[in-house]
Design a protein around this ligand. Sequence first.
Ligand code: SF4
Ligand code: SF4
Length: 66
Amino acid sequence: MPPVIDMEKCNGCGVCDRHCPLDVIYMKEKAPEVRYPEECWHCGACRQDCPTGAIDITFTLAMLGI
Ligand code: SF4
Ligand code: SF4
């Protein structure tokens, strides 16, 4: 599943936009937008690098190789 951003936790820093290797996330003003969810590779960079823990990604068992 593509990333889901909790705007209650987001501080608008833009790290997710800058670190996404596929430009899935774009900053619109100070708000990140998952603009191309179908392009997401689930690399986890946005979730790992978000300083406020605002990003959640659900991995399916198939993605985990289980
Ligand atoms: S990295 Fe996290 S806090 Fe920063 S804009 Fe993205 S979701 Fe918001
Ligand atoms: S999981 Fe990776 S590809 Fe998907 S939005 Fe986050 S940084 Fe981009």
